[in-house]
Design a protein around this ligand. Structure first.
Ligand code: IPD
Ligand code: CA
Ligand code: CA
Length: 261
């Protein structure tokens, strides 16, 4: 494991240790929007991660969800979601993680996603494959949408914006074998890499939701694009990540809606 990846794993483990320790406690909850919440544990994990990065790599930039961020320049930067799946965390539903990625000149070179409750560590380094707790990952080989388990999520403005993914959700209910929505985009991507899900799509995501998970998918042999099949950009928000085989079928459903009734 190279030193960057090793350090990213250390950050995720440290954040996971805090999440696990405080999991059963009552948390202070602050609202960023009517249904968009953040807990004191998000803040504690983020502060701890930032202080560890600042001590080891003082010249690197950091983008982290619960701080003010500048999305310009091409300096090396850490892209952090201290808790991806905060709503789950706040309710004691054990599907959440820390996501850590490292970007060099616009290219993510390593990514780590860690769920401390299941003790599952997903990680990847560019060109070196993806792993779950040391075991090499490979996407599924399922070749028909009708046999596929797909997953998605919804933006926090779903009650006020027309672009809320509900139309696509309905389409995939008709077209796929089954659809899940379980509240952590980074874990959803990692599960595509592990072959547990065959495809994932979402819109209005942020770089901290996708940076690590996308590398984990592509290094496991998957394909990641926007809804039109163009190269994925972590700063653009729209994502389709699949085992590669069902990718064009998912793009078709996103473009044309469902054929089955
Ligand atoms: C959210 C989760 C969720 C996705 C939302 C994200 P958060 O991140 O990844 O699955 O549907 O769009 O914002 O708020 O729990 O870090
Ligand atoms: Ca997130
Ligand atoms: Ca978060």
């Amino acid at each position: 494991m190279d030193h960057l990846l090793e350090f990213a794993v250390q950050l995720a483990f440290e954040s996971g240790r805090i999440q696990k320790k405080r999991y059963r406690e009552r948390h202070s909850i602050f609202y960023k929007g009517e249904i968009n919440l953040v807990t004191d544990v998000d803040m504690e994990c983020q502060e701890r991660i930032i202080s560890l990065i600042a001590a080891r790599f003082p010249d690197d930039r950091i983008i982290a969800e619960e701080k003010d961020n500048v999305f310009e320049g091409s300096e090396n930067r850490w892209i952090i979601d201290p808790i991806d799946g905060t709503t789950n965390y706040a309710h004691g539903y054990p599907f959440f993680c820390t996501s850590v990625a490292y970007e060099v000149e616009g290219r993510v070179v390593c990514g780590v996603v860690y769920n401390p409750i299941f003790d599952e560590l997903f990680f990847a380094a560019a060109g070196k494959g993806s792993y779950l707790n040391g075991q090499r990952l490979k996407v599924s080989g399922i070749d028909a949408l009708r046999q596929s388990l797909v997953v998605t999520g919804f933006p926090y403005d779903l009650g006020t914006s027309g672009m809320n993914n509900i139309d696509h959700f309905v389409s995939f209910l008709y077209e796929a074998q089954a659809v899940r929505r379980d509240g952590s985009a980074a874990l959803n991507l990692s599960y595509v890499a592990a072959g547990r899900f065959d495809g994932f799509w979402e819109l209005k995501l942020s770089p901290w939701d996708t940076a690590a998970g996308v590398l984990i998918v592509t290094e496991a042999g998957g394909r990641v694009t926007d809804f039109e099949g163009k190269p994925f950009d972590i700063y653009a928000g729209q994502i389709v990540a699949t085992n590669g085989v069902i990718h064009n079928d998912m793009l078709r459903v996103l473009r044309d809606g469902h054929e089955r009734v």
